[in-house]
Design a protein around this ligand. Structure first.
Ligand SMILES: [Zn+2]
Length: 101
């Protein structure tokens, strides 16, 4: 698994810049080498929201495994922590159409 490369020049994006892009509200990423602007693909915005909301659909299962609310929230944050760590390898950007003439 690797983070995405710049579609224009092939420079690998930094893991941290993708994290920052996600948590600043799906901001575009600008390649530090050639300046090409990459937009967050809509489908991945959807994916991020689904991943974060997913445990809500498993609350029954979580409450049957976790003996109390503290364990349940620990499990949820543990899950989030892993999900957030993996996301930059999953997310893909597309080249913004009108930024390079
Ligand atoms: Zn580039």
């Amino acid at each position: 698994m690797k983070v995405q490369k710049c579609i224009n020049c092939g420079t690998q994006f930094r893991y941290k810049s993708i994290q920052k892009s996600i948590w600043s509200g799906y901001k575009s990423i600008i390649c530090f080498n050639c300046g090409a602007v990459h937009d967050f693909k809509f489908i991945y915005r959807l994916l991020v929201s689904v991943i974060i909301a997913l445990p809500i659909f498993f609350t029954r299962w979580i409450s049957s495994v976790a003996s109390n609310i503290l364990w349940a929230s620990l499990m949820y944050f543990g899950y989030l922590f892993v999900a957030i760590g993996v996301l930059p390898y999953v997310i893909r950007y597309r080249l913004k159409s009108n930024n390079l003439e």
